[in-house]
Design a protein around this ligand. Structure first.
Ligand SMILES: C[S@@+](CC[C@H](N)C(=O)[O-])C[C@H]1O[C@@H](n2cnc3c(N)ncnc32)[C@H](O)[C@@H]1O
Length: 420
């Protein structure tokens, strides 16, 4: 089948129309002519993957990673790791496409993305991930680690991953070799987090089913021997920025792109512009990185977070940094019901991909803080929630897109709303 993708869609796909039928097409770029193979459906729409490029876009580049591609016959498309979707696009063009995706999501919701919305990309968009989760794959040559294939539950071992910190890539064979030597069976996956500015490497192994009794200490000792430059940690690592220090654990959220996390926080803080008299709500606060940063300039910060481990760590992080942050554990949609109108005059929101529950949005509208800064990692739920807030009396004043996930379809955006 020959397809001519015209625009970009969400999920790393381009969109092509053929005889009135819409196709989500992977590994192509708008303006190209490609030979494509059908690959099922997604959300009711037909999906296809590029098997051969007939007319190439000037924005097409050679993918950096040998595991990138749809698994077709063309040499540039050898394998099909599901981690990245845009390695075949020049980076500046990828940023342009991401802006179009956000614009489209906003417009579908009935909003206009402010024309001056910047897209903050990386100078060097590689080796940016400080955290990675890898599936364990037993092979005839011993244990290997890898990723899920594109749109599949099957896994594929990897030899390199140029979007991860090199220390993570180098650590994988050590964890695999130690498991082989000590005959540790039943490993499901491995989560690694490196300290951006220190030697710490935090590790967590999950087993299929219940954790068996296994020689954990011997295993850790062997891995440490195999990784002489790194300090193996199984409790927490330190994240340090702007003169603050945070403890991060494997069971709590951390922004995986440290460099861009700083730009995101800088952008969000500039929008919020906390001042001494402000009483600020930090909703979906995680381990309190934003709360503590905001507390340096604000009168008070109330952090709301549902994960008890994050709350525990958030309270510790507030103490470490002598920050005036009060944690309220629980779901935003429930905790806000107990909050008095007028108690807070500004709020920061940073929910997961699903966005805010309607009940959470209703509570925010009831409380009506003067300004809201809403950070999101999913443009469609961001736009859906923003239009809800706009209908409830807010105006979008500014927006920014921060590329936290180069070469993947993920997009982070942030918006400042003020009560009109
Ligand atoms: C995207 S993370 C943001 C964390 C933090 N702002 C940061 O920058 O590290 C979302 C956080 O929201 C929490 N969360 C998810 N749903 C929630 C809910 N309904 N109520 C409260 N917290 C929630 C998660 O546990 C997670 O820590």
């Amino acid at each position: 089948m020959i397809l001519k993708p015209e625009t970009v869609g969400h999920g790393g796909f381009t969109v092509a129309r053929e005889d009135g039928k819409v196709w989500l097409l992977g590994y192509a770029l708008p303006g190209e002519v490609v030979e494509a193979e059908p690959r099922g459906r997604q959300g009711g729409v037909a999906v296809a993957t590029t098997s051969h490029v007939i007319e190439s876009s000037p924005e097409r580049v050679r993918p950096e990673c040998p595991h990138f591609g749809p698994g077709a016959s063309q040499p540039a498309f050898l394998t099909q790791c599901g981690g990245c979707q845009w390695q075949h696009a020049a980076y500046a063009y990828e940023l342009k496409l991401k802006r179009q995706v956000v614009e489209e999501a906003w417009s579908r919701a009935g909003l206009r993305l402010p024309p001056d919305t910047p897209v903050l990309g990386m100078d060097d968009p590689w080796r940016y991930r400080i955290r990675g989760e890898f599936e364990a794959i037993p092979t005839s040559d011993g244990l290997r680690f890898g990723f899920h294939r594109q749109r599949s539950h099957t896994v594929q071992p990897i030899t390199t991953c140029p979007i991860h910190d090199e220390r993570i890539e180098k650590a994988l064979p050590a964890f695999a070799r130690a498991a082989d030597e000590l005959q540790v069976d039943g490993i499901q996956n491995l989560l690694l987090t490196v300290e951006p500015e220190g030697p710490g490497l935090l590790w967590r192994i999950r087993f299929k089913g219940r954790e068996p009794s296994w020689p954990r200490a011997d295993y850790a000792r062997r891995v440490a021997e195999l990784l002489p430059g790194q300090v193996l940690l199984d409790d927490a690592v330190t994240l340090a920025f702007w003169g603050m220090t945070f403890r991060v654990r494997s069971d709590t959220f951390v922004q995986t792109n440290y460099q861009q996390m700083l730009r995101l926080y800088e952008t969000a803080l500039r929008m919020l512009a906390p001042a001494e008299g402000d009483r600020i709500l930090d909703l979906y606060a995680g381990i309190g990185t934003i709360s503590v940063a905001v507390a340096r300039d604000a009168g008070s910060v109330t952090a709301v977070e549902e994960n008890p481990r994050a709350v525990q760590l958030g309270r510790l992080n507030a103490r470490i940094n002598s920050a005036r942050v009060e944690y309220v554990p629980g779901l935003v949609e429930k905790v806000l019901r107990q909050v008095r109108i007028g108690r807070h005059n500004a709020a920061m929101l940073d929910p997961p991909r699903a966005g805010c529950e309607p009940a959470a949005l209703a509570e925010i509208l009831r409380l009506g803080p003067d300004r809201l800064v809403y950070i999101s990692c999913e443009p469609s739920t961001h736009a859906r929630d923003l239009i809800g807030l706009v209908r409830g009396g807010y105006r979008v004043r500014r927006a920014a897109i921060v590329d936290m996930f180069p070469h993947t379809y993920h997009i982070e955006s942030v918006a400042l709303l003020e009560r009109s």
